[in-house]
Design a protein around this ligand. Structure first.
Ligand code: EPZ
Length: 440
C-alpha cells in the first residue's frame, strides 16, 4: 500500500496540461458497444476508473489496447453481464444497460449499491429504458433487462440525472423512431457523449439543453477518425483551488474555460484573479482569500464535484463561508478529516458553515470518496504556511486509491507546480517519507 506525503506552505506556480474528462470518457467508452467494429479514442485519462471500464468491455467480449491511441474492438459482444466485482468498484458500469439492450436485446447489471456520497438510486434510468420498450427484473442483486426491440418514446425525467440521461440517450439512438428526453441533464459531458454518438451516425439534437431529441437509426458504425475526449473541468478546478490556497499562480492548458464558468466565478468571489484564453485558465492569488456562499446545482450551476475542493478554499479564507450541497445527501465526508487539520467546519444536513481562519495544520488523514480526498490534498498543500519551512510538519494521506480513480498523474502535476508532494510506501515514517517524497 502507498500513501501521499505532503509538506505544505509552498506557493504553487507554473503550467500544467489538463487530462481528458473521466466523466466523459466513461460513457463514451461504454457507448462503443453500440457500434460493432474498432473505435479509436484520444485524450482518455490514465485512471483506475478507465481501467475498470476497459475490464468491463473485455468481460463483454470487447478487447482494447491503450497505446499509442486507445482502441476498443466491439465487433462481437459475447456476454451481456456487468458483474458485481466491477460494478461494486465503479457504479458508472450501470451505463452499460442502455447500450447492451440497444445492441444485444438483453443486459444483466449487478445492482450498484450506494456509495460514500449517497444512495444514488437508478430509478430514472429504468423508467426511461422501460419507456423505450425494456422490461426489467431485479433478481439476486442483479438488474436483468430484456427487450424485443426499442421504440422511440417521450421521457420526462423527475430530475436532471447525468447517468440517467446518458443511459437513455445511448438506448434511444438505436430505438425505432423519435425520442424526446425532457428535464435532461445539461452537463458538458453529455454534450461530449452526444458528439461522439453523432460520429457513429446517431441523429441527436438539443444535447446540453434540458430537452434532447433523437431520431433512431437502424445501426451505428465506428468513426473513421479517433474521437478526442473533452478535458476534465473538475481536474482543472481542483488545481486552481490548490493555487488559490497557496497564494499561487497556476495556469492549466488544453482546457475549455467555457464549461466551468460557475467554478471560475466562485474562485473570483473568493478573491482570485482569473485570466482565460480559448484553451487555458490562469489563477493568480494575491492577498487574503475572501469567504463566500456556495450552493451546488445541476449544470450550469455550481458542480457538486467541486464542492469539497471549495470547502478547502473556504477553510483558508478569513471569515465565514456557507456551503449548501443540493445534489447528494452525504457529500461532506471531507469535513471530519479537515477538522483534524484545524478547519472549523460545522455540518448540519446538507449545509456546512466554514469559519475560515486563514491557516491549517499538517496532519495524518484518511481519504474517503474521490473529491473529499482532493479537498484533503488541497488542505495539506496550504497547511503550516505560517511556520518557517524547516519547522513545518508533514501531512500523510492513506487510502489514496480513491484519488487514483479521478486524477491522472496528481503527484507529477503538483510537483511540476512546486508542491512538496510524494507517493511512498505506507510503512515509511514521516521524515523518511518526506525525504523520499521530496528527493524523488
Ligand atoms: C455523475 O454521477 C458523475 N459521475 C458524478 O461524478 C457527479 O457527481 C454526478 O453526475 C452529478 O453531477 C459520472 O459521470 C461517472 P446523477 P451520476 O444521476 O450520474 C439522484 C465524480 O466525483 N438520482 O446526476 O450518478 C441521485 O441520487 C462523480 O466524478 C436519482 O434519484 O449522478 C443524486 O442525488 C461523483 N435517481 C442526483 O440524482 C436516478 O435514477 C444526481 O445524480 C438517478 C439519480
Amino acid at each position: 500500500m502507498e500513501k501521499l506525503v505532503i509538506q505544505g506552505g509552498y506557493r504553487l506556480e507554473g503550467r500544467i496540461v489538463a487530462s481528458g474528462a473521466k466523466n466523459a470518457a466513461l460513457p463514451i467508452l461504454i457507448a462503443t458497444l453500440l457500434a460493432p467494429g474498432e473505435h479509436r479514442l484520444a485524450n482518455v485519462p490514465d485512471l483506475a476508473d478507465i481501467s475498470s471500464t476497459l475490464s468491463l468491455l473485455g468481460r463483454l467480449g470487447c478487447p482494447s489496447l491503450v497505446a499509442p491511441t486507445l482502441r476498443v474492438d466491439t465487433t462481437r459482444i459475447t456476454f451481456c453481464e456487468a458483474p458485481y466485482d466491477i460494478v461494486s468498484r465503479m457504479r458508472a458500469s450501470v451505463l452499460a444497460l442502455g447500450p447492451l439492450l440497444a445492441r444485444h436485446g438483453e443486459a444483466i447489471v449487478s445492482m450498484p449499491g450506494g456509495c460514500a456520497i449517497g444512495t444514488r438510486p437508478i430509478d430514472q434510468h429504468l423508467k426511461g429504458l422501460e419507456a423505450l420498450g425494456c422490461r426489467f427484473e431485479l433478481t439476486g442483486g442483479n438488474i436483468h433487462g430484456r427487450t424485443d426491440g426499442l421504440v422511440g418514446a417521450e421521457i420526462d425525467l423527475d430530475m436532471p440525472t447525468v447517468g440517467g440521461t446518458e443511459n437513455i440517450l445511448m438506448a434511444a439512438v438505436l430505438a425505432e423512431g423519435h425520442s424526446v428526453i425532457r428535464n435532461a441533464a445539461r452537463e458538458p459531458e453529455i454534450v461530449d457523449l452526444a458528439n461522439f454518438l453523432t460520429t457513429l451516425g446517431a441523429r441527436i439534437s438539443g444535447a446540453g439543453t434540458s430537452e434532447i431529441e433523437v431520431e433512431g437509426v437502424p445501426r451505428l458504425t465506428p468513426a473513421s477518425r479517433p474521437y478526442r475526449v473533452m478535458s476534465d473541468r473538475i481536474e482543472v478546478g481542483t488545481y486552481l483551488c490548490a493555487g488559490a490556497v497557496t497564494g499561487g499562480d497556476v495556469t492549466v492548458t488544453q482546457c475549455d474555460p467555457r464549461v466551468m464558468r460557475s467554478v471560475l466565478a466562485k474562485l473570483s468571489d473568493a478573491g482570485a484573479t482569473i485570466e482565460t484564453t480559448d484553451d487555458s485558465v490562469r489563477l493568480v492569488m494575491e492577498g487574503p482569500l475572501r469567504p463566500f456562499e456556495l450552493t451546488t446545482e445541476p449544470h450550469p450551476g455550481f458542480p457538486t464535484d467541486m464542492q469539497a475542493q471549495l470547502c478547502a478554499v473556504a477553510a483558508m479564507a478569513e471569515g465565514t463561508s456557507t456551503i449548501n450541497e443540493r445534489i447528494f445527501e452525504n457529500r461532506f465526508m471531507h469535513a471530519a478529516e479537515m477538522r483534524r487539520m484545524g478547519a472549523n467546519i460545522t455540518v448540519t444536513g446538507n449545509h456546512a458553515t466554514v469559519r475560515g481562519t486563514g491557516k491549517l495544520s499538517s496532519a495524518t488523514v484518511m481519504a474517503s470518496d474521490l473529491r473529499a480526498s482532493a479537498a484533503l490534498v488541497i488542505s495539506a498543500l496550504a497547511a503550516d504556511a505560517d511556520i518557517p519551512a524547516d519547522e513545518r510538519g508533514v501531512s500523510q494521506m492513506r487510502h489514496i486509491h480513491h484519488l487514483d480513480r479521478g486524477y491522472d498523474d496528481l503527484v507529477g502535476k503538483l510537483r511540476t507546480l512546486g508542491g512538496h508532494v510524494g507517493r511512498v510506501a505506507d510503512e515509511l515514517d514521516d521524515l523518511d517519507a518526506l525525504r523520499a517524497a521530496t528527493e524523488a
